[in-house]
Design a protein around this ligand. Structure first.
Ligand code: DGT
Ligand code: CA
Ligand code: CA
Ligand code: ZN
Length: 594
């Protein structure tokens, strides 16, 4: 396993171990607050202390290795593995969900544990973040036992962190709800059109609220159906033009119903972004038009101009139709005027997935099931890239990897797919772990046997900018590393990306013929849109991958493609839209420097 003595006191160790220690301390608190067994509370408190003080990075250990830590038993070890795999522990989440809403609102603050939250709730009646901020400013916390000026400062910092991420939800969470609402409303008699607009249609990585738009001659029926959806917990506003609800999960949804002849203008308006709309409205003014949520009008006569489609609206403004994922005022208006909008990559262009896992390591599905799912998506090729031996818990060996390769070779071409006449083409790869020095799991002679290698950072996120940059650049320089997986390792709303000189990494990718991944997992979307835009200017190629750990996850590809579009990428930029022969040439890395 990967815990050489040199790692022992690096910042990375401290950080992973502290994270886990804090989590188990919280778990212990939660057990005690929810009236759990005092013995279990002590078990997790002791585990928290041992982990905080342990010499090796817990994120690099497997269940067995973790049990070598004093006070860590099998079930604690499994929770640690779960944490590093998924970013959370279901048992902890379950208890979190059982404490009073007031306390829960407070524990959303990153620096505030449930014990302190309970004290604040019970002693001062504080049940919201705003009330807490007020109480701190009024210095009302200082009299409480266990609170001092330092605690106040920590909490204020936590409130800042919380407010910067806001009440937003991940793209896939909003998408699932929106897809369902659109399906339900579309089935109502009189509904002529229905779709989601807003940030969701633009595929932003997080969503503030869902904006659904429908066209109908009369809105009453639609509005009623909307408020009667089974997961509506509250009707915030109920009107003829607009109705707002909150779902049981706390998500707000606006439904607007417009007459069919203003569908195009309304869709354009409510898709946004606000910044893009300000620009389109300026264009409208120039054309003596008025563009608003109510439609497109002649500015002088006030006469409504029929605008059944967005194309008509943009055309009136002297622009080609602009794809929603570009509507952020990042140069799309200028590009549109010059006829230079990119021909964006689309999900249907994707010929295969180049980063996926099976149950040989931490995936849930057997090899055949993953391949079957890939074939049913109509892919032409598909890569299996289980973890190498250097990553915690993976139990990978040379023999296991080679045995998998034989199975992959035997199944090559045997699954029928829309994408390729001779059946789905399989590639055998690996996801290597980039260690703190930038080295990967195997020596060259073993690596040369893979069709492709993804290499990713999975620990030691806090090495410092220079070390992290060198580490990623060294990985690019490895002739067997084809794709840098989830390049910044961020987890949206939970873990910031590593502090590396990304421009140096992008330049190294371009120079060495190494692709950057756009990891399509909605928790990651890494690289993010803005970094994609920057990397693209370096001439980097990209791989949009699901990093699926189960067959269902292959469908996350849509979020990766959305992110690629937000980074202005075309088919040419994305290696897994290329025909197999061209992809294989790229994977040989020979042409690097061309
Ligand atoms: P979100 O909900 O925070 O994820 O982001 P959006 O973009 O969905 O924003 P939202 O829900 O406030 O509004 C939906 C769209 O409506 C927005 O993208 C553009 C349009 N819109 C809203 N308010 C304004 C405004 O004050 N001016 C203009 N021009 N457009 C607006
Ligand atoms: Ca919205
Ligand atoms: Ca809205
Ligand atoms: Zn992976």
């Amino acid at each position: 396993m990967n815990s050489p003595a040199t790692d022992a006191y690096s910042e990375g160790v401290a950080r992973s171990n502290d994270e886990v220690a804090a989590l188990f301390q919280e778990y212990a608190d939660l057990i005690s607050i929810t009236g759990g067994d005092a013995y279990r509370t002590r078990v997790y408190e002791k585990a928290a202390r041992s982990i905080g003080g342990y010499h090796a990075d817990v994120s690099t250990l497997d269940v067995k290795g973790l049990q070598d830590i004093p006070n860590v038993g099998k079930s604690t070890a499994e929770k640690i593995v779960e944490y590093f795999r998924s970013g959370s522990v279901s048992a902890v989440e379950e208890l979190r969900s059982r404490i009073p809403a007031g306390v829960r609102r407070l524990t959303a603050i990153p620096m505030l544990g449930p014990k302190k939250a309970c004290v604040l709730y019970e002693e001062l009646g504080i049940s919201s973040v705003e009330e807490l901020a007020d109480a701190i400013h009024e210095e009302r916390l200082r009299d409480l036992k266990g609170f001092g000026p330092k605690t106040e400062e920590n909490i204020l910092h936590g409130i800042e962190l919380l407010q910067s991420s806001g009440d937003r939800v991940l793209l896939d969470v909003a998408m699932d709800v929106a897809d369902d609402i659109v399906t339900e409303l579309s089935a109502i008699t009189g509904c002529l059109r229905c779709t989601y607009a807003g940030s969701l249609r633009r595929f932003r990585e997080t969503i503030g609220d869902i904006d659904v738009l429908a066209a109908a001659d009369s809105s009453a029926r639609l509005m009623r159906a909307f408020t009667e959806l089974p997961y509506v917990s509250e009707v915030i506003a109920h009107g003829e033009k607009k109705t707002s609800i909150r779902t049981t999960k706390g998500l707000s949804v606006d439904l607007r119903v417009v007459p069919p002849d203003s569908w195009g203008a309304a869709l354009q308006y409510f898709t946004g972004s606000k910044a893009h709309n300000i620009r389109t409205r300026e264009r409208a003014v120039h054309q003596k038009l008025k563009l608003s949520e109510y439609g497109l009008f002649d500015a002088e006569s006030g006469e409504k101009i029929v605008s059944e489609t967005e194309e008509e609206v943009y055309d009136r403004l002297g622009l080609p139709w602009i794809p929603p994922t570009l509507r952020e005022d990042r140069g799309e208006i200028e590009a549109g005027l010059k006829g230079e909008l990119p021909d964006l990559v689309e999900e249907s262009d994707i010929k295969g997935d180049l980063h996926t896992h099976t149950d040989l390591t931490d995936g849930l599905a057997p090899l055949e099931e993953m391949i079957e799912a890939a074939a049913s998506r109509g892919y032409a090729y598909f890569a299996i890239t289980d973890h190498g031996p250097n990553l915690y818990m993976q139990r990978m060996t040379d023999e296991r990897m080679l045995a998998q390769r034989e199975r992959v070779r035997a199944l090559d071409g045997t699954f029928r797919t829309r994408g390729r006449r001779g059946g789905l083409r399989l590639m055998h790869g690996a996801e290597l772990n980039i260690d703190p020095e930038g080295d990967v799991d195997w020596p060259a002679d073993f690596l040369s046997g893979f069709d492709l290698c993804v290499a990713s950072v999975h620990s030691h996120f806090n090495q410092g900018r220079e070390a992290l940059t060198r580490r990623l650049v060294r990985a690019c320089e490895n002739p067997y590393v084809n794709i840098i997986g989830h390049p910044t390792t961020r987890i949206i709303g939970k873990r910031p990306g590593v502090d590396a000189d990304l421009d140096a990494v992008f330049a190294a990718c371009a120079r060495t013929g190494t692709a950057l991944e756009i990891n399509a997992h909605p928790d990651r979307l890494d690289l993010r849109d803005e970094d994609v835009l920057r990397a693209r200017r370096h001439g980097v190629k990209f791989a949009v991958d699901s990093d699926a750990h189960a067959a269902l996850h292959l469908a996350n590809m849509r979020y990766g493609v959305g992110t690629a579009q937000r980074g202005w990428l075309t088919k040419e930029d994305v290696i897994n839209t290329w025909p197999e022969a061209r992809l294989r040439r790229f994977l040989r890395k020979e042409a690097a420097g061309r």
